[in-house]
Design a binder for this molecule. Sequence first.
Ligand code: PHE
Length: 350
Amino acid sequence: MLSDDLKTLLDQALGEIGTADTEALEALRVSLLGKSGSVTMLLKSLGGMDPEARKAAGAGINLLKTQITDAISARRATLDEAALTTRLAAERIDVTQPPRPEPLGAIHPISRTVEEIAAIFGAMGFAIKDGPDIENDWNNFSALNIPSHHPARAMMDTFYLTGGEVLRTHTSPVQVRTMLSEPPPIRIIVPGRTFRADHDATHSPMFHQCEGLVIEEGITLGHLKGCLSDFLSAFFGVPNLPVRLRTSYFPFTEPSMEVDIGWNKKTGEIGGGTDWLEIGGSGMVHPNVLANCGIDPRRYQGFAFGVGLERITMLKHGINDLRLFYESDVRWLRHYGFSPLSPATLHEGI
Ligand code: PHE
């Protein structure tokens, strides 16, 4: 039983504890139960009492202490729980939210073609190289056996920059850069942007090529044809795709050949029919080019080829206007684009 005094003290303490915040609660604890807190002082006062009085008062004061201690822990638990609830609400992540309304992006068909080419040639041991869009005249023309008076420069009419550089007309300057920077054997492909002053349904001032270059001892035209046939069969998914090498001229190769594939002009079917379609140029690297790049043509031979990436992408996917590649029309991209989640691999058949 509590005396009236203790009861008053208890009621007042419980009232204050019940509404205290964390800081106030700590202050109350100190003022009630701390070293010189009021309850502590009461407990201390027991020492000066005679045994009878101590017994009578002690029970009440201890009861008071227990009740206050319990009330403080209860209040503290309530405050802690409220703080946790507030924090959880603030840091909440709503996993039931629907995904962002924007549709997934898609891989552009030209990028996809580059990935596929990389996978096919990667399996044949080729490395991928790139070079700058802005080239010097020597890398783009002279080193490739195209002197300044040569009519081949007119065939590749390009954009000249004020410093005398050009926007590269083909990926072939990367052949030069590679031969100058590493010794044979060389096996590289060079996918990249190229530029010519042309614009219609099948020509764009900016387009893409993929160059190939192999320099090793004992390389022959047979290797060239085998390599291109394997690549084109894998790329178009047509086993034994007919490939024809047709005599042509490039200043940087000798002999030079256009690369044609068999198709059906009427239906567009690749590998069927009796028609031929040109998809690139090729040849055995001209001895002058090897010599210009510091490679002994008596010891090393090589082949090179270049294919137009828009052309083979259009053929593979039935796209009939080259300009659509560059219009950034999202509807077109959604139709012709590829999922970023299904990368090009040979074992999946490209
Ligand atoms: N560079 C040539 C072109 O753009 C293509 C080619 C590359 C031909 C390599 C032969 C060897 O027309």
